[in-house]
Design a protein around this ligand. Structure first.
Ligand SMILES: Nc1ncnc2c1ncn2[C@@H]1O[C@H](COP(=O)(O)OP(=O)(O)O)[C@@H](O)[C@H]1O
Ligand SMILES: [Mg+2]
Length: 328
């Protein structure tokens, strides 16, 4: 379990103090995959550096399995850090070592003998689907395979927590999916608690059980995917179910409708939307399966004269309706 309690980080700069983390409270239960998203400068990297105590927090607690790492002196911290595996955007493998030796390297450093290190590295490579690539050098591996070697290396010290900082930003989408599948597999196989920092909502959709939105050093929305995605007007719901932006004419209004299969028959909602009248058009729509439910978000363009009637009809049916900014 990861627990962050009132975590704060201030940097002293020439122009004065900068607050990078402004009171972060977050609990990630054992074996959960939690995503942290947020715009550039939100504090994501600082958060991950504080979690590993590479950066000392100004205040607050960083608890891994109940132990507050922020309270430990440097010497004890070194041992505790082994409980945290790290995966980065850029893998930084040794070019002159094979995949197996790259994974074995941290084991050798920690004092394990050569034979045992190599055997363990072999097991770890198998876990990430690279059982038969142990003798390959990084240059002979694809970007996705290199990232998987990086994941195997991160698992070498048997961590209970894996931190991933933008693990897929350097990869194309097909490769990203494979790497995320490996992350999900090891989460399930090893019961590892995983924190993923990403700017890609697709990553959150594919692997995360829960998500937090970071902005200006604070968590402004957080929760299980099923909950945030049905908090329809919220930033995370809109980011998780994106819609194309369509231009709207002067005499038209734009309405957004959101719903979930937890509350509605999708078939019935679609029928209702299709039958709103000739002055109503479905302009854009997304249906996603998230956290085991179908979640839909549709954009309607409505003649101004029909706007109130259509809004009333949709709300009467119990649907969430928002009027887009452009329509006001
Ligand atoms: N070493 C540092 N010294 C001064 N300011 C920093 C330092 N590291 C980060 N910051 C500031 O803290 C804020 C958060 O940065 P960062 O954690 O890198 O955000 P993100 O990873 O979400 O883009 C930014 O305003 C950044 O300028
Ligand atoms: Mg960053």
């Amino acid at each position: 379990m990861i627990e962050l309690q009132d975590l704060r980080k201030e940097f002293q700069t020439k122009t004065g103090p900068v607050t990078a983390l402004d009171g972060i409270n977050l609990t990630v239960p054992d074996a959960a995959v939690h995503g942290i998203v947020g715009p550039s400068g939100a504090g994501k990297s600082t958060l991950i550096r504080c979690l590993t105590l590479l950066e000392r927090p100004t205040a607050g607690a960083v608890k891994i399995g109940g132990e507050n790492l922020a309270a430990l002196p440097e010497k004890q911290l070194r041992g505790q850090r082994r409980r945290i595996g790290m995966v980065f955007q850029h893998v930084n493998l040794f070019d002159s070592r094979t995949a197996r030796d790259n994974v074995a390297y941290p084991l050798r450093v920690s004092g394990l003998n050569r034979a045992k290190s190599r055997a363990r590295a072999g097991e770890l490579l198998e876990l990430v689907g690279l059982a038969n690539r142990g003798d390959a050098y990084p240059a002979q591996l694809s970007g996705g395979q290199q990232q998987r070697v990086g994941i195997a290396r991160a698992l070498a010290s048997n961590p209970s927590v894996l931190l991933c900082d933008e693990p897929s930003s350097a990869l194309d989408w097909a490769t990203t999916r494979q790497v995320l599948e490996v992350i999900k597999d090891i989460n399930q196989a090893l019961g590892l608690t995983i924190l993923i920092i990403t700017h890609e909502m697709a990553v959150v959709r594919q692997v995360c059980d829960s998500v937090s939105l970071l902005s200006k050093g604070r968590i402004i929305q957080s929760g299980p995917i099923a909950e945030v995605v049905t908090d329809y007007g919220s930033q995370l719901a809109r980011d998780l179910i994106p819609l194309a932006v369509a231009p709207v004419g002067e005499s038209r209004a734009q309405l957004e409708v959101s719903f979930s299969s937890a509350d509605f028959s999708i078939r019935q909602v679609l029928r209702l939307l299709a039958d709103l009248g000739s002055d109503t058009a479905i302009e854009a729509g997304t249906l996603e399966t998230l956290a085991g439910q179908r979640v839909g978000r549709f954009q309607l363009v409505v003649g101004v004269a029909a706007r109130e009637r259509v809004k009333g009809q949709l709300r009467e049916a119990g649907l969430y309706v928002a009027e887009s900014e452009a329509a006001k």
